[in-house]
Design a protein around this ligand. Structure first.
Ligand SMILES: C[S@@+](CC[C@H](N)C(=O)[O-])C[C@H]1O[C@@H](n2cnc3c(N)ncnc32)[C@H](O)[C@@H]1O
Length: 274
């Protein structure tokens, strides 16, 4: 399949899935590869035949939607963000949570992929924050993703070295042990994380959180209207004074009341206490 054909097809189908092409520009080859496999499986000669196939088989749209879920992640992705979360956000939240008389700090990782993001949080918390602030507050993490295979991989906690390349060495040493070509996350860093299959377009966790990470998902791939609707729901899931972290190339929808950027970080926001 030629790249231009695939791009043309994506520009046709993405808006119909309430997704946006600009989000896929850099990563579209992952989707094109899946489409090539699908054409082979169905014995279809090309994407215009697949367009007809979609017309005749409405259920195929769901399969196509799953092809458009980009699955790129790694530990401590975007170092500057996690440096700030580690040195400022988590210590500040720990203090607030204690002052509010609560017993745990609650975090949601939305679109958690194979666990890289929620495990990064637990590694930071246990290996860096707790020793620095001398408190025994637990960090509980709800990690959601729509892809069952990724969630199963997350639960195994087994990664290639490339996934760890942004993780500071001293944290990697504490949190992982080598197993052949792979790296296994050590037990204590797997505790207090619940992985759940959830499509953020349909369901959100029941809890209200002190910290929500919603990075490289809603505000990259979804169309503007869907972004706005989901943002409003996410906002309700955050306690006043809590923090929302989005991807470094992302922006909140224009009508994002009650959120102020944290210092100079363009991707960390605090929900104002009204
Ligand atoms: C590009 S990855 C980002 C992973 C991680 N948040 C990060 O920034 O490294 C996007 C993740 O969102 C998941 N995802 C895609 N669509 C979703 C949806 N509708 N609901 C929940 N998760 C979704 C994908 O399966 C994938 O794991």
């Amino acid at each position: 399949m030629k790249d231009v054909e695939c791009i043309e097809f994506l520009q046709w189908c993405l808006p119909r899935l309430r997704l946006r092409w600009p989000g896929f520009r850099k990563v579209h080859k992952q989707v094109c590869k899946r489409l090539s496999t699908r054409l082979r499986e169905r014995g279809l000669p090309g994407l215009s035949a697949y367009q007809d196939y979609l017309g005749d088989h409405p259920d195929e749209w769901q399969t196509l939607d799953s092809f458009c879920q980009i699955t790129i992640s790694r530990f401590y992705r975007d170092r500057g963000v996690f440096d700030t979360v580690r040195s400022q956000i988590l210590p500040a939240l720990a203090e607030n949570v204690r002052a509010w008389g609560e017993k745990e700090l609650l975090c949601w990782s939305a679109g958690c992929c194979s666990g890289e993001e929620p495990y990064t949080m637990q590694i930071i918390w246990k290996a860096a924050v707790i020793p620095a602030i001398h408190c025994d507050l637990p960090l509980r993490i709800i990690a959601t993703d729509t892809n069952q295979n990724l969630l199963e991989r997350a639960q195994k906690g087994r990664y290639l070295k490339s996934s760890l390349r942004d993780l500071p060495e001293e944290l990697a040493q504490q949190a992982f042990e080598r197993s052949g070509k792979c790296y296994m996350i050590r037990r204590p860093f797997m505790e207090n994380i619940v992985f759940m299959r959830q499509d953020i377009r349909e369901h959100l966790p029941e809890e209200r959180f002190h910290l929500i990470l919603c990075r490289n998902l809603v505000f990259t791939y979804f169309d503007a209207e869907l972004q706005q609707g989901i943002f409003e729901k996410i906002s309700e899931k955050l306690v006043p004074g809590g923090f929302l972290v989005i991807g470094i190339h992302e922006a909140l929808p224009r009508i994002a009341q009650d959120f102020v950027p944290y210092k100079k970080m363009p991707c960390i926001y605090q929900k104002v206490r009204s």
